[in-house]
Design a protein around this ligand. Structure first.
Ligand SMILES: [Zn+2]
Length: 297
């Protein structure tokens, strides 16, 4: 069971990997409070390994069929990518493409790949290795991301960029640019398909975007890495260690959670563990959640 519905739109989770991360909870979530976490853990028992004392997270893409188009939101880590600084992303050989085929989509069927941001675990499957070269995985897709994000992670534009970020850009973004398949969005709101809107959601990265879906009176929100872990619903001020602008990340997180609570929008995060998708309500100073299991294969 890996498909949810928002109105008539089917949203399918395409798994790349599910497991523990490499950081202790304190090192991954800044402000982490063990006592608070222990009390909340019964709400999201699959999101923590007590044995390893690590948060559990998922790497997955969301496959949507909107207005006759097949759209992939985020592109995980990819196979064979050289990421020695991040063992969980390094030289992978996962079944992601088989999982995508099992969901009914061949690579040539994908019309749009939407990268919420350009971190390595969101652009990996943009490209695949062919005869020693990185080529677009999805030959008929346009690859969409924001110009602000490009300015932050394109080594030709970002002075002093971390060399590891440049490696990611060069093997996972530049090849789709060179193939003429990149579509870079100006800052602002854009309709990607009927009822599917891209909005700036900065903080985790400068050009991070979220997607709001509305169909048949129902709503969904794809929040990328504005949230990483379910505990951040209850404690929206706890940032990940990778949020580049901490104050803005908190503002954006609260804003997106408010949208979900006020508009009854299902939250589709990029990294929550099972059951992956949640309905959000206001609770205390933050928010609460009710997980919504998948309804179809
Ligand atoms: Zn991520």
């Amino acid at each position: 069971m890996n498909t949810w519905r928002v109105g008539s739109v089917r949203v399918t989770r395409i798994e790349e990997q599910l497991g523990v991360g490499g950081f202790s909870p304190e090192n991954f979530l800044l402000g982490f409070d063990r006592e608070v976490f222990r009390k909340l853990l019964p709400v999201f028992p699959n999101h923590y390994s007590a044995e390893k004392d690590r948060l559990v997270s998922s790497m997955h893409s969301w496959l949507l069929r909107v207005g006759g188009k097949r759209i992939l939101i985020d592109a995980c880590c990819g196979n064979h990518k050289e990421r020695p600084w991040m063992p969980r992303f390094h030289q992978l050989n996962t079944r992601f493409m088989e999982n995508l085929r099992d969901a009914g989509a061949a690579p040539e069927d994908i019309d749009i790949v939407m990268c919420t941001h350009l971190h390595s675990d969101h652009v990996g499957w943009n490209t695949r290795l062919e005869n020693g070269r990185w080529v677009p995985t999805f030959p008929n897709a346009r690859y969409v991301y924001s110009d602000k994000e490009d300015a932050a992670f394109n080594p030709a534009r970002a002075a002093g960029l971390d060399p590891n970020r440049a490696i990611v850009y060069n093997d996972s973004v530049l090849p789709v640019v060179q193939a003429g398949q990149a579509q870079v969005l100006s800052d602002g709101i854009h309709e990607l398909a009927a009822g599917l809107v891209v909005e700036p959601s900065p903080g985790h990265t400068p050009g991070h975007v979220a997607l709001k879906l509305e169909d048949g009176g129902q709503r969904g929100l794809f929040c990328g890495d504005a949230l990483h872990h379910a505990v951040q619903v209850f404690r929206p001020d706890w940032n990940s260690a990778f949020c580049m602008d901490p104050d803005q990340a908190r503002i954006t997180r609260r804003s997106l959670l408010s949208h979900c609570a006020d508009q009854n929008a299902l939250l589709f995060p990029a990294h929550f563990a099972a059951p992956y998708v949640a309905a959000i309500h206001r609770e205390g100073e933050g928010f609460g959640l009710r997980f919504v299991p998948a309804t179809a294969p």
